[in-house]
Design a protein around this ligand. Structure first.
Ligand code: ZN
Length: 285
């Protein structure tokens, strides 16, 4: 493995790859996101499912395109493990619904937060995750929607995801026969600490599994396990290095800003958007 840091080229239009998740600016309605994002150079949009409530799917997709934004993905599916079969079936049904929703709005990808059950072994949860994904893959393939397994930081291994490393995500892809509709989402917040990170990102590129790249930063101290993510540059993640690895793996898609932050959510959302765009420019220009 090379210890030399690949160079991120200063490209004009680096913002062309800037995507923001609706949850990042959750104070804004979907319509406000569509109006405000393009003004800041945002060109991609990932929609969280709660933003679809009460809206017609086809109309959402049309409005996103009319706003000049590329629909990058739908967040989120997953949460497959459960202690009883009926609950696991409900999870499968919900994932089938998310595939319909993605298809309905024209999103090519669904991010999977895979799930876990406190007290159930992680190995059993991973088996149930693989079974759940296998149950919905045919519908995803039929709909032309891909599924991306997002490994979550191990602090969430109890109840949010038994998939905590890129290696484990690859193992599930392998176990399911490496179907084309299944891949991996690399979220900097979750995997930055992994000693295998560079090699596993490269492997995701080689296997055609690298489907999404989420960015934010890790704060010290982290005051809330869920809602204390930092804006890029506020924390300790070497995003330039990780982004170079992702680029070197052949990924040319959007870099998606996904920030859950009680602190930033208390700020004026348009100001927050300005800060996102500015920190993105500092990072990639
Ligand atoms: Zn993510």
């Amino acid at each position: 493995m090379s210890s030399e840091l690949p160079t991120i080229l200063s490209q004009p239009g680096a913002e062309a790859r800037l995507c923001v998740h609706t949850i990042t600016t959750k104070q804004l309605s979907l319509e406000e996101c569509l109006a405000e994002f393009p003004k800041r150079g945002v060109s991609g949009l990932t929609i969280w499912r709660q933003a679809l409530e009460g809206r017609k799917l086809a109309a959402v997709g049309r409005r996103v395109r009319e706003a000049g934004l590329e629909l990058v993905s739908l967040c989120r599916g997953g949460f497959f493990p459960a202690s009883d079969a009926a609950a696991r079936q409900r999870a499968v049904d919900d994932n089938l619904l998310s595939i319909e929703q993605a298809h309905g709005i024209g999103a090519p990808l669904i991010v999977l937060v895979c799930g876990a059950v406190p007290g159930q072994s992680l190995a059993e949860s991973r088996k149930q995750i693989a079974d759940g994904i296998a149950a919905v893959l045919p519908a995803a393939a039929q709909a032309g929607v891909r599924l991306a397994i997002e490994p979550l930081h191990p602090m969430y291994a109890d109840d949010r995801s038994a998939v905590n490393t890129l290696r484990q995500a690859h193992e599930i892809c392998d176990a399911l026969g490496s179907p084309e509709s299944l891949g991996i989402a690399v979220d900097a917040y979750h995997v930055w600490w992994d000693p295998e990170l560079e090699a596993q990102i490269a492997l995701a590129g080689q296997t055609g599994r690298l489907l999404a790249f989420h960015i934010c930063d890790w704060l010290t101290p982290t005051c809330d396990l869920l809602n204390d993510r930092g804006l890029m540059g506020e924390g300790c993640i070497n995003l330039r290095e990780m982004s170079a690895w992702v680029d070197a793996a052949g990924f040319a898609g959007h870099r998606e800003v996904e920030i859950f932050s009680n602190r930033w959510w208390a700020a004026e959302p348009r100001h927050f958007l300005e800060e996102i765009a500015a920190s993105y420019r500092r990072l990639y220009s």
